[in-house]
Design a protein around this ligand. Sequence first.
Ligand code: SAM
Ligand code: SF4
Length: 381
Amino acid sequence: MAARAMPERNWAEGLAGNGRASRSMERSASSKMCIFSRGTRFHTANRVLFFWSEMSLQDKFGRQITDLRISVTDRCNFRCVYCRSADPENYRDHDQILSWKELERLAKVFYELGIRKVRMTGGEPLVRSGAEEYVKYLSDLGFADLSMTTNGHLLAERCEGLMAAGLHRINISLDSLSPQKFEKITRTKSFNSVINGIDAVQKSKLGPAKVNAVMVRGINDDEVEAFAEFARDRGVIMRFIEFMPLDADRHWSRDRVVAAAEVFDRINARWPLVQIPHEKSETARKYRFADGAQGEIGLIAPVTQPFCGHCSRIRLTADGKLRTCLFSKDDHDLRAYLRDGASDGELETFIKSVVNEKEEGHHINDPGFVQPNRTMVFIGG
Ligand code: SAM
Ligand code: SF4
């Protein structure tokens, strides 16, 4: 597939590093510095760096790790074709899944290590009862950015409770605007529930909703303009995600990927787009409509425009494995440490050593690329 690059020169350079959270940590590190700051500016800078590296997670390539995706369940009420359609019902036994108490303890350890952004995901996070209480726990811990990705089926009735618990933002998956096609993609008849979920978010303080569509050639690539119109009509942030080789069906192929550049060109031809600045570690390139219409467009291009060089993310799977990349070949068994009675300090040391070895990048575009064993539903996107 000939993927044209998106207009890189228009992508305004955003705030360097890790945004709000990093800056507040830098501030707190430098205020701690005052008691030491008898020396020169050089010494002060060194000490700030010293405290920063002591407080935070960093890999051997110097990337600060501030974002954590926590998968709270491997179960899901959908069976999306690009995710789990061919997976058998091979959910982990309940005792293999981290309990809420274990998830709370780990969240605290990650907070101490400088994680400031947490996204709850799954499987489908809302099928596990207790999701709201966990949001409340995370919110009380003080995470600066607390979000969730959901398929939206249960969202309309849960939206208010999630907001009250302290959720800041929400992403909802919606891969077609046609109920019939939606049914084929998800193998459910939940189209109306998902739309109701999006409406509920739009009416709440959680809005504007981010609506995620995984674009798969031959399935929903005819809907690019319709999705853009949906963004304009509803005032949502419509995000187009490139199909990644993480599907259970193993149907991924390069020619099924709809490049973000194509999505950009098609929308821009109809409704000219204007770049919105983004932070370097953000996955999406963001655009508003030049004619002033409401809504936004986000393009996420892990296949054609990998953003590994600025990646600030790690993942905790529902069964307690730490993953440093979506495409990692190995998991790191945090659950075993936890259940063997490790102290917080031991957990921190383990996490730091795993993070240090975070992969420089994924190899989707290399000839010898091998699809990981875990499919998306068992990783947590
Ligand atoms: N069940 C929730 C949902 O669908 O929003 C959360 C979990 S799902 C694994 C998280 C995100 O991963 C969703 O936005 C989904 O569309 C995306 N996803 C799943 N499989 C994918 C694939 N093969 N390529 C790209 N994105 C994928
Ligand atoms: Fe379930 Fe989300 Fe995967 Fe669809 S994308 S099967 S809703 S986990």
